[in-house]
Design a protein around this ligand. Structure first.
Ligand code: A3P
Length: 284
């Protein structure tokens, strides 16, 4: 029963009617049985933590070419894309998901699939999420905060996501997981790209990593955004409006959006929820 509740929570709220899924519970059940390929990589991140960015960086590092592909990460997003599109994707696949680890394919463990885990500080996540969801309907920051603070967001909760990831790593030390903080990527992108290349098993030069970072700069990605040209999402069945992802791309924009009272409320929440969480949020 608990599993079903969590399955339903994984989707839900406003987004559910806009997805191609008739039955989300059946979908997550079948997702767990999905075949993985040995050379798959999965980017696992709570929404708004920089998934689009790291998807491009990872693909370029894997291909050895610093050039942007004219399609969005949604084409290979586990909970969003049509399954046959993911199955037809040429190897090596760089997949991505916002689902917590309990929903990912079981073969991730058996095949020791590399996971790239992204973390972004909750305050910037909240503001970024607010603008993301605002594109699907009108609501206020207070309403979004109420959802965030009462565990009502789609795709589980940020702290559930982190807790599950932490536990998953303890239970499955054989699965390679690299955690990247959005803020570190902003501050030291070339160094992080080098570390990521190493994790992925690629011997790349610093010069190439600089080229990748440059090709994936916020302004270049905003300019190239394939969602501008691919509003119908044929590969995903998305029925909602095209969503803009490239908003500001900065650390600390929450200071421009949260009131003192909201900020204090979030601080209390983070302090409570962070118990036992080893990931350290960065607010630089
Ligand atoms: P903001 O809304 O704060 O601007 P996701 O891809 O997980 O949905 O995350 C989206 C967030 O990542 C957005 O944050 C977006 O602007 C930011 N982002 C996307 N590409 C980026 C890039 N190349 N550099 C920095 N931030 C980027």
């Amino acid at each position: 029963k608990r599993m079903l509740k969590s399955d339903r929570q994984a989707f839900g709220w406003r987004v559910l009617p806009l997805l191609h899924l008739d039955d989300p519970v059946e979908f997550v059940t079948s997702l767990r049985k999905m075949d993985m390929r040995d050379d798959d990589v999965i980017i696992a991140a709570f929404p708004k933590s920089g998934t689009h960015w790291m998807w491009e960086v990872t693909k370029m590092l894997r291909k050895g070419i610093a050039s942007y592909e004219d399609r969005s990460k949604e084409t290979v997003m586990l909970e969003f894309s049509k399954r046959d599109v993911i199955e037809k994707e040429a190897s090596p696949r760089t997949l991505n998901s916002h689902l917590p680890m309990c929903h990912l394919p079981q073969q991730v463990k058996e095949k020791k699939i590399k996971i790239l885990h992204l973390v972004r500080n909750p305050k910037d996540v909240i503001v970024s999420y607010y603008y993301h969801l605002l594109q699907m309907g009108k609501f206020t920051m207070s309403e979004l905060l109420e959802l965030y603070l009462t565990n009502g967001m789609m795709m589980a909760h940020q702290f559930d996501f982190l807790r599950q990831m932490q536990q998953y790593q303890k239970d499955n030390p054989e699965v390679p997981v690299m955690t990247i903080y959005y803020e570190d990527m902003k501050e030291n992108p070339v160094q992080i790209a080098q570390e990521l290349a190493k994790f992925l098993g690629h011997d790349v030069t610093e010069k190439f990593c600089k080229e990748v970072v440059e090709a994936c700069s916020f302004s270049k990605m905003k300019e190239a955004d394939p969602q501008k040209k691919e509003p119908k999402h044929e590969n995903t069945g998305w029925k909602g409006p095209p969503l803009k992802v490239y908003r500001k791309g900065q650390i600390g924009d929450w200071k421009n959006h949260l009131t003192v009272a909201q900020n204090e409320m979030i601080d209390d929440f983070i302090a409570r929820e962070s118990e036992g969480i080893e990931f350290q949020f960065k607010y630089i």
